[in-house]
Ligand binder design. Structure first.
Ligand code: DOR
Ligand code: ZN
Length: 427
C-alpha cells in the first residue's frame, strides 16, 4: 500500500487541540504529518465528511480467552473498526479471567497479530474476579494493563476494594469500577420499578449501584486512587459523581448508549435484548445521564459491547446472560440522538469518544496532532440509514436496535497504516 495519504476536503474536529475547521491531513507511514511534506500522494476525497481522532471505546467484551463462541479478537475488533473505533479497552471477565501478567501479555500478543484495531487489555482487580484476593496490580501494569477492574462485578467487601485501591494508587493506575452490590441486585433481572412489577420480573433497585458508587468515592478520597465509574445508570450515581468532582476528587464516569436512549419500558418490547447490567432505568434517570454529559460530569460514552450467543439469550428473562452488542450502533445512535437533537455539539460528542477516554486511560491517544499515530474516524454526520443487525461484523446479534432510523454514520476508520472504509464510500 502507498505509505503516503492525504485526506482532503473534510471538516476536521480535534477537540484536544481545540480545532474545528476545514484542513487537509497528511499521513506518512501511519503517522500524521504536515501535508506540505508529502510527495507522490494518494488522496482521499472527504468533502462533506468529518474527520476526527480515532474513537476509543472504554468498555468492550472481546471474550478471549474462553468464550470465543460469543466473540473473538478478530470479530470484535472488526466490529470496532466498522463502528468507528480505533482503540478498544477489553474487559478481563473472560474464562479464565485476565488476572495475571502472563495471561495479559498473551492476550496483547494475540491482539497485536489478529486485531483490526488497537486492543488495550484491562487487568482484573482480584484473583479469578472472586473479590477476595487482590491481584498483582503493579505486575499487570508492567505487562501493559492501563487500568484494572473486576467488570461484571466488583469486590463486595469494602476492605478488599480499599486494599486494591492502595495498590493501584501505588502503581499509578486507575481502578475502573462496575458498581453493583450483589446482595441488593440479586435476583433482579431488570430495574426494580412499575414495569418489573407489571411483567412479574424480579427487580434490581438503584441502591444496588448507588451504595457502591458512594463506597468507592469514599475509598478513592481516602486512598488517593484514581477511580472511574463504569456504565452509570441512575440519577443518584450522577449526583454523587458530580459532588465528588466538585470536591476535587480524582473520580470520572462513563455512560452507555442504551442507558441514554432506552428506559425499562424497552423490556416490554425487546425482551432479553433489553437485559443488561446495570439495568435500563426510568425516564428521570435517563434525563440525569444526559444532563451529566451536558455539564461534563460524565467524560466518556462507552458501548459495553457484551456479545452473547442466540442460544444463551434464548434461555429467557431469568436465565439469559446480561448484555447487548453495541460497537456498531453506538456512534450512529449518538449522532442521531445527541448531536441532531441539539443536546451536544459535534465537537462535544467527539470529545466523549476521544478526550474523555484518553484522560481515563492516561495514554497519549485521541489527538490529530502532528506526530501522532494516524488513528482517524471518518463520519458522514448527515447520512440517513437504518441499523441492520444482520450486517454487524460482531459474531453475536443480541441487540435491540434492529431497524432504528439513524442520521449520521461511520464512513470508516484509519488505524495507522490500515484502512477500513464502508462499502458505500465513494471517492
Ligand atoms: O450487561 C453486562 N454484560 N454487564 C456487565 O457488566 C457484564 C457484561 C458481560 O460480560 O456480558
Ligand atoms: Zn460491567
Amino acid at each position: 500500500m502507498n505509505d503516503e495519504l492525504l485526506l482532503v476536503g473534510a471538516r476536521v474536529i480535534d477537540p484536544l487541540n481545540a480545532f474545528d475547521g476545514l484542513r487537509d491531513i497528511g499521513i506518512r507511514d501511519g503517522v500524521i504529518v504536515d501535508p506540505a511534506t508529502l510527495h507522490a500522494v494518494e488522496r482521499l476525497n472527504l468533502k462533506g465528511k468529518v474527520v476526527a481522532p480515532g474513537f476509543i471505546d472504554l468498555h468492550v467484551h472481546l471474550r478471549y480467552p474462553g468464550q470465543t463462541h460469543k466473540e473473538d479478537i478478530r470479530s470484535g475488533t472488526a466490529a470496532a473498526a466498522a463502528g468507528g473505533f480505533t482503540t478498544v479497552l477489553a474487559m478481563p471477565n473472560t474464562v479464565p479471567a485476565v488476572d495475571n501478567p502472563a495471561l495479559l501479555a498473551d492476550v496483547l500478543r494475540k491482539a497485536a497479530t489478529e486485531g483490526a484495531v488497537h486492543v488495550l487489555q484491562a487487568g482484573a482487580l482480584t484473583v479469578g474476579r472472586q473479590g477476595e484476593e487482590v491481584t498483582d496490580i503493579a505486575g499487570l501494569k508492567a505487562a501493559g494493563a492501563p487500568v484494572v477492574t473486576d467488570d461484571g462485578s466488583t469486590p463486595q467487601q469494602a476492605a478488599v476494594m480499599r486494599q486494591a485501591m492502595i495498590a493501584a494508587a501505588a502503581a499509578g493506575i486507575a481502578v475502573i469500577d462496575h458498581c453493583e452490590d450483589t446482595n441488593l441486585a440479586r435476583p433482579g433481572v431488570m430495574h426494580d420499578g412499575a414495569v418489573a412489577r407489571e411483567l412479574g420480573l424480579p427487580g434490581q433497585p438503584r441502591s444496588a449501584e448507588e451504595v457502591i458508587v458512594a463506597r468507592d468515592i469514599v475509598l478513592a478520597a481516602e486512598t488517593g486512587c484514581r477511580l472511574h465509574l463504569q456504565h452509570l445508570s441512575s440519577a443518584g450515581s450522577v449526583a454523587m459523581l458530580r459532588l465528588a468532582q466538585q470536591q476535587g476528587l480524582p473520580v470520572t464516569g462513563e455512560v452507555c448508549p442504551h442507558h441514554l436512549f432506552l428506559t425499562d419500558e424497552a423490556c416490554r418490547t425487546f425482551g432479553v435484548n433489553a437485559k443488561m447490567a446495570p439495568p435500563l432505568r426510568e425516564e428521570a434517570d435517563r434525563q440525569a445521564l444526559i444532563e451529566g454529559l451536558r455539564d461534563g460530569t460524565l467524560c466518556a460514552i462507552a458501548s459495553d459491547h457484551a456479545p452473547h450467543s442466540a442460544e444463551e439469550k434464548a434461555a429467557g428473562w431469568n436465565k439469559a446472560p446480561f448484555g447487548i452488542v453495541g460497537l456498531e450502533a453506538a456512534v450512529p445512535l449518538c449522532l442521531t440522538e445527541l448531536y441532531h437533537r441539539g443536546v451536544l455539539t459535534l465537537s462535544q460528542l467527539i470529545a466523549l469518544f476521544t478526550v474523555g477516554p484518553r484522560k481515563v486511560l492516561g495514554l497519549p491517544i485521541g489527538s490529530l496532532a502532528l506526530g501522532a499515530t494516524a488513528d482517524v474516524t471518518i463520519l458522514d454526520p448527515d447520512a440517513e440509514h437504518s441499523i441492520s443487525v444482520e450486517s454487524f461484523a460482531s459474531r453475536s446479534r443480541n441487540c435491540p436496535y434492529e431497524g432504528w432510523k439513524c442520521r449520521g454514520k461511520v464512513v470508516g476508520t484509519l488505524v495507522g497504516n490500515t484502512r477500513f472504509l464502508s462499502a458505500d464510500y465513494a471517492d
